[in-house]
Ligand binder design. Structure first.
Ligand code: ATP
Length: 263
């Protein structure tokens, strides 16, 4: 029996592909906004759209008129409101695709062990530095950027282009260092910059004890394809931020796993 005999469109390989691709896009969008302020905006827009679709235009012309006007500027409003999410989504699609391809080629030619060793070489000094910063209760903010967006970082940072080393990270965050205020950004196997002023998150659901350092650490992961380690000067605790969400009091084992997975 043919589905089209019921008046349904014919199901082809392209229909399956269509459904799979739309499902992937919806899943990625859901992942991008889950737990962030954008999720609340999305719910707000969905409520307005629902009200618009159930408002009887002839019986309630004033309300319908307002919704009509909102609809007319809708696409521009969506672009403005979700600017950061759209940017992250496009970065994810573009840059991740090429990074993954490079990783796959690297592993194909040089083997998995080599690429893991390479990963450890950049993660270990950072974890060792975090251990010592935690012990001495030195506040720190370390950002791992998958893609170093020069425009985004360099306006507010001191350019470093230095080898990743435990002692360098420790000395940057010493209170007497001129570079200790702000964040260190790691990308492309290097400490790219220090003393970076990052955008703060607008999230209102964060714990009261989260000050500017934590807000900047979370904010950068909302605006960019990046993760961040935040070491609290007050408590010495480590937090790990990713896609606008934060894991508090993370252990060093979990931190290593997270960095291995995300970076
Ligand atoms: N926009 C920003 N980008 C990067 N770093 C920032 C930014 N704003 C503040 N900081 C850093 O955070 C420090 C102040 O941290 P604050 O005490 O407000 O944060 P906190 O989240 O409570 O952390 P802590 O637990 O370490 O006190 C500043 O000295 C500066 O180094």
């Amino acid at each position: 029996m043919n589905l089209s005999s019921f008046g349904l469109p014919k199901f082809t390989i392209f229909s399956a592909l269509d459904i799979i691709l739309v499902a992937i896009i919806i899943y990625q969008l859901y992942n991008l906004i889950r737990g962030t302020i954008a999720a609340n905006i999305f719910i707000g827009l969905a409520i307005i759209w629902l009200l618009y679709s159930i408002t009887p235009a002839k019986k309630m012309p004033l309300l319908a008129g307002i919704f009509d006007n909102i609809k007319n500027v809708g696409i521009i409003a969506i672009i403005v409101l979700f600017q950061q999410e759209i940017r992250r989504f496009l970065l994810l699609v573009g840059k991740n695709a090429s990074l993954q391809r490079n990783k796959a080629w690297w592993q194909y030619f040089f083997g998995k062990a080599d690429s893991e060793r390479n990963n450890l070489a950049r993660i270990k000094p950072v974890i060792d530095a975090c251990k010592s910063l935690k012990e001495t209760r030195t506040g720190a903010l370390i950002v791992f950027a998958k893609f170093y967006d020069e425009q985004f970082y360099q306006n507010s940072c001191e350019v470093m282009e230095a080898k990743i080393s435990k002692r360098l990270i420790e000395s940057i965050f010493q209170k007497t260092s001129p570079l200790h205020d702000g964040a260190v950004v790691i990308a492309d196997n290097k400490i790219k910059s220090a003393s970076c002023i990052l955008p703060l998150t607008d999230n209102t659901d964060l714990p009261a004890q989260f000050g500017l350092r934590h807000r900047a650490g979370i904010g950068v992961t909302e605006a960019n394809d990046a993760t961040a380690i935040i070491i609290s000067e007050e408590t010495g605790q480590l937090a790990y931020a990713k896609q606008g969400r934060v894991r508090m009091n993370i252990s060093f084992d979990d931190l290593e796993k997270a960095l291995n997975r995300d970076f």
